[in-house]
Ligand binder design. Structure first.
Ligand code: ATP
Length: 361
């Protein structure tokens, strides 16, 4: 987001104080969530955290107990789903199997009362967008997963929605196709300036397709930030664990001088940039790719026994176990040799790379 954008654009979609209970159990309490025009955003979180519930409330497929949904300055809370001008791409695409590709894409326009002749041009345009023109007359049941997804996207975009919602849109595709479709769809949405919200539990997918990610847990947003910020400055132990791998340990701050906290852990002292005072209970962590097997004197250092060496081609992952049985991963780029299982080695990482959070004592 650039600073030139007006405040109005910053609140293109405004979810205000949404609360939802199912049979007396509160699954969402006073949710606030704001998306700018043209932004691609993901709701990321473990199963049951409330991603789909929030998506369905925004779409109008589920009624909130309290709160408002404002889209482009218009309060749509009391409008039924089909009057909100919001399109949804469902996980299973929800195409009509007995209709052709073109009939599927035409469906929304026909439902709005457009004639068979009038829908032809917009349907052709939408199919061209997803490069499916030559499949217009095929039954959707004869398409591959990736092609079905393209048709679902064309069907969602043909009505020129004010907002596009996608519920786990890539989960039915194999890994290679998933990556291709993510790149394609992102480029398409960007080129059309479409505002979209993806629901996913896959952090790599969220990082790949989004400008910002809302990490959810138990019906709450834990952190809403750009991928790089989520990764480098996770706001809580939950975000640190959910976004990326890290090794973490519990400890207590023993001293704090000039903004550097020294934390005593089961395997020795670890320093971090933090202003927590002595006595604070914390968790410290570090990302595997920030650990080096050749530490300098100024770094945090740990002794580990090499437990495994995994050669993955693009990277080599060393598994180390400390005397306190904490497991550390050290991730090096490319293929590395010269490491022997069972040897004891010293690893390190920069003080500034230590992730640290206060935890309840
Ligand atoms: P998943 O990734 O598994 O789809 P999610 O993050 O989308 O999970 P939701 O489906 O939004 O989570 O569910 C949030 C909570 O609300 C869960 O505890 C779920 O059991 C509950 N819930 C959702 N729908 C209903 C319903 N119709 N009746 C009762 N409880 C529900």
């Amino acid at each position: 987001l650039t600073t030139e954008q007006s405040p109005k654009q910053h609140r293109y979609l405004d979810v205000v104080g949404v609360t939802k209970s199912f049979k007396g159990t509160v699954v969402m309490d006073q949710m606030n969530f704001r998306v700018a025009r043209g932004e691609l955003v993901s709701l990321l979180g473990p199963s049951g955290c409330g991603k789909t519930t929030l998506l369905r409330i925004i779409a109008g497929l589920l009624e909130a107990d309290t709160g408002d949904i404002v889209l482009g300055g218009r309060n749509v809370s009391s409008l039924p789903a089909h009057k909100r001008n919001i399109s949804v791409v469902f996980q299973n695409y929800a195409l009509f199997p007995h209709l052709t590709v073109a009939e599927n894409v035409a469906f929304g326009l026909r439902a709005r009362g457009m004639s068979k002749t009038d829908v032809q041009a917009p349907v052709a345009d939408a199919l061209a967008l997803v490069r499916m023109e030559s499949y217009a007359d095929r039954p959707v049941s004869a398409l591959s997963g990736g092609q079905q997804q393209r048709v679902a996207v064309a069907r969602a975009l043909v009505v020129s929605p004010d907002l596009l919602l996608l519920d786990e849109p890539f989960s039915a595709l194999d890994r290679k196709l998933r990556e291709t479709m993510q790149i394609e769809l992102k480029a398409l949405l960007r080129s059309r300036g479409i505002t979209a919200i993806f629901v996913t539990h896959d952090q790599e997918e969220a990082m790949g397709v989004s400008d910002r990610i809302a990490v959810m847990s138990n019906g709450k947003i834990e952190q809403f930030a750009e991928p790089s910020v989520l990764y480098a400055q996770p706001a809580s132990p939950f975000v640190m664990d959910f976004v990326g791998l890290s090794t973490r340990m519990s400890g207590r701050v023993v001293t704090q001088t000039d903004g550097i906290a020294t934390v005593r852990t089961a395997i020795g002292e670890v320093r971090a940039i933090a202003d927590y005072t002595a006595g604070t209970q914390v968790q410290v962590g570090v990302r595997p790719e920030l650990i080096t097997p050749d530490p300098t004197a100024e770094m945090n250092q740990i002794k580990v026994q090499l437990d495994d060496v995994m050669t993955l081609g693009s990277k080599t992952v060393l598994h180390g176990v400390t005397s306190g049985e904490d497991k550390f991963l050290c991730e090096l780029s490319g293929i590395r040799t010269g490491y022997t299982r069972g040897e004891t080695v010293t690893w390190g990482w920069a003080v500034a790379d230590t992730l640290i959070h206060e935890v309840a004592a």
